[in-house]
Design a protein around this ligand. Structure first.
Ligand code: SF4
Length: 224
């Protein structure tokens, strides 16, 4: 399969930039990408962007966030949801970056995932959007679309990352998250995907197995 050609076709029909892509285009700042990705948990891009802008207008370095007043941090990031947990987390992470890494975010996957609350997706986002290093951050869009396309047959995002890294040429890794996040927001959306607008409908098996199994598991849990 020519993954480059497929990604090119999708990219052509997409509009605008997703939040992290936009951040990277405005100047690579690994610390901002790291904090913004932590803020992005369980919320939409628009909320993440608003919270990031508000926070960084006042606190834009590890030192400032590490020493910031927790209630003020909570207020600044309130729009991202779960703001108490997230404020504590960004403060902890900033302290470690400041004390253990001399205020500079490490450009290393293992060091990144050792930070509190930083998982594989966040570490890979920092590598891709903060440092321009090839990696495949697998969020809900990348996981869903890769399964629908039949590129992977996986249950969890971590499995998708491993499976994709085996089949996609490394020079295309850096594009996958950027393209699939926008594709997942604009066309291959979670509910009622817009197949009629899709530029790759002719090669898509529309495999919804993973989503159907997740739905069934949710229903089983509800009925227990
Ligand atoms: S055909 Fe439908 S399911 Fe397949 S990639 Fe396009 S929008 Fe998604």
């Amino acid at each position: 399969m020519d993954y480059k050609e497929i990604l090119d076709k999708i990219e052509k029909v997409l509009e605008g930039n997703a939040h992290l892509d936009d951040l990277a285009k405005r100047g690579r700042d690994p610390f901002k990408v790291l904090i913004s990705t932590i803020l992005s948990a369980r919320t939409k891009d628009a909320n993440t962007k608003a919270a990031t802008d508000k926070l960084f207008a006042k606190y834009n370095t590890p030192q400032l966030i590490a020493q910031g007043d927790i209630e003020e941090l909570e207020n600044l990031i309130r729009q991202s949801g779960f703001y108490r947990v997230k404020a504590a987390r960004i403060k902890d992470v900033s302290k470690i970056i400041l004390n253990d890494y001399n205020g500079k975010v490490p450009e290393d996957y293992e060091e990144l995932i050792a930070l509190p609350g930083v998982g594989s997706k966040t570490a890979n986002c920092v590598l891709v959007y903060g440092f321009n290093v090839p990696a495949i951050p697998v969020d809900t869009h990348v996981h869903r679309i890769s399964n629908r396309l039949g590129w992977v047959k996986t249950k969890k995002p971590e499995e998708t990352e491993k499976a994709l890294s085996k089949i996609i040429p490394k020079e295309q890794w850096i594009r996958i998250n950027r393209i699939f996040v926008k594709f997942g927001q604009q066309i291959c959306v979670p509910i009622n995907p817009k197949h009629q607008l899709c530029p790759i409908e002719d090669i898509c098996p529309k495999d919804f197995t993973m989503e159907n199994e997740m739905k069934k598991a949710r229903e089983r849990r509800k009925n227990q």
